[in-house]
Design a protein around this ligand. Sequence first.
Ligand code: ZN
Length: 247
Amino acid sequence: MNAAPADQIRLLDLQAIDSRLDQLAHRRRSLPEHAEIDQATADHTALKSLVVAAQAQLGDTNRELTKAEQDVEQVRSRSARNQQRLDSGAITSPKDLENLQHEIGSLAKRQSDLEDVVLEIMERLESAQTRVTELGARLEHSTVVLNEAQARRDAAFGEIDTEAEKVKRDRETVAAVIPADLLKLYTRLREQQGGVGAARLYQRRCEGCRVEFAITDLNAIKAEPKDAIVRCDNCGRILVRTAESGV
Ligand SMILES: [Zn+2]
């Protein structure tokens, strides 16, 4: 395969453009915001479940309180009824009176125990409310952190994509004038060789693999016609000779 020296040099321009595009794609993939967003998303999801659990706990405790207050109320009204009966003077049998007084006494004890239960539940309710409030604030904060990281990522994407669009337009211009068979070879080598298909020969080295050529190899390269496509013996890349190559 042969190609005019000018086309070979254009291949170096194309290589620089492609390397720039690879760099931009790499930068897009490895933005620190990706890890931040993953972390913030995980935090946000975990906090959301904690909020849901805390709200359920609060609901349960609320119901528990309502039930305990009803229990107190029941005992209280029963006690009040008994007291009324006692005060009415309708009960005259000493045994009935004794029984009634005894029941009033037990009910008072029972009411006091149930009121302690209510107080204990109210304390738990307060803690549950505090937890819901605290977790709610943390969830809100994690939303802010997540949104902020996403905004920064999107801004970086915007910047990278704008530049990539411009570089792609340049690429089209350069690629359009490179002979098809040379472009095809370059593309294949670029895929095989980690993104670099064409390298300059500079100071006796292949700039693709950095190998230094022996004088005899250099002389062999020198002997090649200017329009010959020279390949690096070591890496197989297209070796482009420029004015600075010294051959
Ligand atoms: Zn090489």
